[in-house]
Write a protein that binds this ligand. Structure first.
Ligand code: HEC
Ligand code: HEC
Length: 333
């Protein structure tokens, strides 16, 4: 029934009405097509080229970028597992546990900033963090990372190809640029994009009803745009104090008390597959995550049926893993 009455045009109108003016305008720019996931998340500062991607892919899988040569980006962001490790918090160097849940690397390049607290501006800047983080890959210095890579002849050729005409192509910045370029094509279009593209058969009426609930409840005021999130910081516990909150979020970066408990609104793409949820990783199921959002972000008690419908819609955001693109390459020797 829903599918019949909700043509793309009426859906677009509903979307606009359900939103505060500013977000509504942003979303409507470029029409519904503007909400579709891009194939490549481009960057003027770091143009994506095939050679950079090939190099970035190798680096992403290479545990030699870690102190004990046993942790790679893929250890915590398993590309065959929707870019996550499925644990509440990850274990890195010597099995040490980090303080936050690993978000997925799929579609992350499109977020307005990186990390739960936004402390890196983009994926290139982000990539420099974990390699030196003492509980993650634990390399002692940028120079040590560069020296390790320089000792591997296969990498010398790969860096020359990726950064042609550069006198010293192997640098910490270029490691980050190559990884960033690889991540810029880690996009996962889903049935929802097919629907946005005009294929009305791509989703069921139950899923459509879930989308309607999502909008009517007000979730869209924070989770919007092509990534259904990833565009703003918002307070965790916007309407009601979050039960246990030890991590101060964005305040840890800016020092401003007004940023206490402000976190980046996560993208909900692939959320079916990226649990456990929230920056703590303490919530195991998507149903519970949705219920908590209703209660604490919107002061709304969602009933079981509403939750089930919203979850059904969220599952339409589960995309296809680009199997060829992410295939683990032979690592340079
Ligand atoms: C030991 C586990 C671990 C390793 C290894 C690791 N990460 Fe992460 N990654 C995390 C955690 C935990 C976070 C969230 C930390 C935070 O927000 O403070 C994160 C955040 C990110 C983000 C931000 C995503 C978002 O939605 O904000 C990206 C992108 C990312 N990592 C890419 C990488 C890359 C590239 C590498 C390799 C150079 C890497 N990670 C290595 C655990 C890991
Ligand atoms: C006021 C802004 C706001 C509203 C409204 C909101 N959210 Fe969120 N949402 C957030 C923030 C911020 C987070 C990250 C919280 C954290 O972990 O620190 C989040 C996290 C989530 C997560 C967990 C994602 C993950 O990867 O861990 C889900 C699922 C979610 N929201 C769904 C919803 C649904 C469904 C609604 C409507 C019922 C909703 N949200 C309403 C801001 C909001």
């Amino acid at each position: 029934m829903f599918r019949k009455i909700l043509t793309l045009t009426t859906l677009a109108v509903t979307l606009t009405l359900a939103l505060p003016a500013q977000q509504g305008r942003g979303m409507m720019m470029g029409g519904m097509g503007g909400m579709k996931l891009p194939d490549t998340i481009t960057s003027d500062a770091n143009p994506v080229t095939p050679a950079k991607i090939n190099l970035g892919r190798m680096l992403f899988y290479d545990a030699r970028l870690s102190k004990n040569q046993d942790v790679s980006c893929n250890s915590c962001h398993s590309l065959t597992n929707y870019g996550v490790d499925g644990k509440p918090v990850s274990s890195g160097d010597k099995g040490q546990l980090g303080g936050r849940n690993s978000p997925t690397v799929y579609n992350a390049a499109g977020h307005f900033v990186q990390f739960w607290d936004g402390r890196a501006a983009n994926v290139e800047e982000q990539a420099k963090g974990p390699i030196l983080n003492p509980v993650e890959m634990a390399m002692p210095s940028e120079a040590a990372v560069v020296a390790t890579i320089k000792k591997i002849p296969g990498y010398q050729a790969a860096f020359r190809e990726a950064f042609p005409g550069v006198a010293e192509p192997i640098s910490y910045d270029n490691i980050a640029r190559a990884i960033g370029a690889f991540e810029r094509k880690l996009t996962t279009p889903s049935r929802w994009d097919r629907f946005m593209g005009g294929d009305q058969t791509a989703i069921t009426s139950e899923e459509m009803a879930g989308h309607h609930q999502f909008m009517m409840a007000g979730c869209m005021s924070c989770h919007n745009g092509p990534y259904i999130g990833g565009q703003t910081f918002q307070k965790l516990g916007a309407k009601k104090s979050w039960p246990v909150a030890t991590d101060t979020g964005r305040m840890g970066v800016t020092g401003n008390t007004s940023d206490r408990l402000m976190f980046k609104v996560p993208s909900l793409r692939n959320v079916e597959k990226t649990g456990p949820y929230f920056h703590t990783g303490k919530v195991a199921t998507l149903d519970e995550a949705v219920r908590l959002m209703g209660e604490y972000q919107l002061d709304r008690k969602l009933d079981d049926k509403q939750i089930a419908q919203i979850v059904a819609w969220l599952k339409t955001l589960t995309g296809e893993i680009p199997a060829d693109y992410i295939r683990q390459p032979a690592l340079p020797q």
